[in-house]
Design a binder for this molecule. Sequence first.
Ligand code: ADP
Length: 388
Amino acid sequence: MTVFFVLLAAAALAAWWHVRRQRAEDAAQHGRDLAALKEKHAGTLEFQQRRMETLLDSMLDGLIVLDATGRIALANHAAEMLFGFSRQMIGGSLLEAVRHHEVAALAARLNTEQAILDHELLLEGSPPRVLQVNAIALHDAAGTGTGAMLVFHDLTRLRELEGARQEFVANVSHELRTPLSLIKSAAETLIDGTKTDPVALDRLLQIIDRHADRLTLLIDDLLLLAKLDSERLVLHRQPAPLRAAAQEVFEDLAPRARAREVRLDNSIPDGLLASADPDRLRQVLSNLVDNGIKYGRAGGVLTVTASPLTGGRIEVCVRDDGPGIPREALARVFERFYRVDKARSREQGGTGLGLAIVKHAVQAHGGEVRVESEPGQGAAFYFTLPAV
Ligand code: ADP
């Protein structure tokens, strides 16, 4: 009997011990599962946070999120670049980070307003920037304010383009109006009765003819420039022998060169082939040689040279020995309608578009243009083209 009870107690003890061990193992397993789950969760959170940061940093617009106390909770790379603050400023005040009272005032307005849209802001500095700000107040599900979000869109480039477009339209109107008004007044004089005086009649008809030609030239240049600019231009590239191209241009412009007694010197070595559209190449060379004749020294020399560069390019240079270009004008001569001497350009029949056409035509080939000039020592215009 005693033995039976002892066996029973032993069996009960073993069963209890097993259950206890099982529970301990279960608890340990549970702990391990929990830890793994936490780790996974933390990993997912970190992954999501990194993904969000990458996403925000890839935005072109600046973004600043404020917490309920008005401190910076989040800012993306574009915002840091716009206002020149570092990531360490996160957690700090908005004003300290952006150093711009108007931005801080906008954020303060969100305490009473839900949203401020399309607010334009001028950021002083070099260069100054025009920003469009959209700002909204943030709320949780219960409607309690949790902060604000400000998005900054940089309008500087757009404004510059708008300004350039307006200036271009104003220039075009002015350029068209000048020959038109001369044609009109010559026609009015004719209508008023100069028809009987053959000398006056001839002079007035010459005026009409000359300025009608000028209008045609201007419109042709404008259309060409618009084509070059819009990338609608299809280049018919082919191996173009540079020496022969310069020779053709020299022949076309020989009468003009003769009139100013300018000697044309083709020093391009034989065998240099550019990969270029022959019509565009001729246009580029023609505009540069024509300028060299017009603005160079009467009785001077105009030289065209070319040499291979590294990277499969060829550089062509058109050089004259005239008065050159003032230093302050060098950066502007490739702009549309920019002229150093307006009266002289008009008198020579210039449209003010020749060098802009050169620049765009060369760039369409993937090349570059530049000019070098020392006052009194001539001007040298360089352009590159891909070699064959
Ligand atoms: P334009 O029709 O007036 O010649 P361009 O665009 O060809 O227009 O040239 C712009 C201006 O650059 C000219 O008006 C002139 O003042 C200056 N320029 C161009 N080429 C030369 C040169 N070889 N020497 C001196 N000035 C030049």
